[in-house]
Design a protein around this ligand. Structure first.
Ligand code: ATP
Length: 210
């Protein structure tokens, strides 16, 4: 099975996330793309919404999306969510799965700062989505130092790096949280069910409504 793994804080999940997940699913013929909210993200400040709320919002966002599924595989684990551990577990528990790790370009450029980046690239193919503000530096100090070319995934085949062909989506969860806190309307970039959930739960400083 070709499985996409798309991790993130999803605080909240927005149309940029959905565009990336759909493009990965369709362009790489993935059987399924899991959207995986992190419990405690290692690379950033604590999320605003709780892990159960972020999981619920991801589930609502993909409700009508074929082959996009919410996954609790990181929020059910204790402690910091390290991608390398998620991939190691998957390789042990389901060795038949061919994993494709989906990342926005900003995250890909940060990969050298993650735990065991070379091991990550041995365990999964990488699928990179363009993102406004992030540029791929082909030379120079910014270039991520990854495993040597020719490394193999645990499934045995050569590991590969794919770049998705898609329009950049100028959305970030940070900007959306700020817009929600300011009481801005309309809010663009959140699907209806997620926006209703945010209002119902009074997340991000939004006044609670029934
Ligand atoms: P925040 O603004 O809170 O940092 P975010 O919008 O970057 O959040 P995350 O949940 O941190 O969202 O991102 C999860 C993954 O989705 C990361 O790999 C990130 O690069 C990617 N991503 C998020 N938004 C976009 C976007 N608009 N275009 C492409 N990739 C994106």
């Amino acid at each position: 099975m070709r499985l996409g793994l798309f991790g993130g804080t999803f605080d909240p999940p927005h149309d940029g996330h959905l565009a990336v997940a759909r493009a990965a699913r369709d362009q790489l013929g993935l059987d399924r793309v899991e959207l995986i909210p992190t419990r405690v993200p290692p690379h950033r400040h604590a999320p605003s919404a709780s892990a159960p709320d972020r999981f619920a919002m991801v589930a609502l966002a993909v409700l009508d999306e074929p082959r996009l599924v919410p996954s609790p595989r990181e929020i059910v684990r204790d402690g910091v969510s390290y991608t390398v551990e998620t991939l190691e577990r998957l390789a042990t528990q389901r060795p038949e799965v061919e994993p494709f790790l989906v990342l926005g370009l900003d995250s890909y450029l940060d990969l050298p700062n993650w735990k065991q980046p070379a091991r990550i690239t041995e365990l999964a193919h990488l699928v990179i989505a363009p993102r406004p503000g992030a540029r791929l530096a082909l030379r120079g100090e910014d270039r991520p130092r990854l495993a040597a070319p020719g490394a193999h995934t645990s499934a045995g085949g050569p590991r590969r790096v794919f770049v998705l062909e898609m329009e950049e989506v100028p959305l970030s969860a940070t900007a959306l949280r700020e817009a929600l806190a300011r009481g801005e309307t309309p809010i663009r970039g959140l699907c209806g069910p997620v926006l209703r959930y945010v209002r119902k739960r009074g997340l991000y400083g939004v006044e609670e409504t029934d």
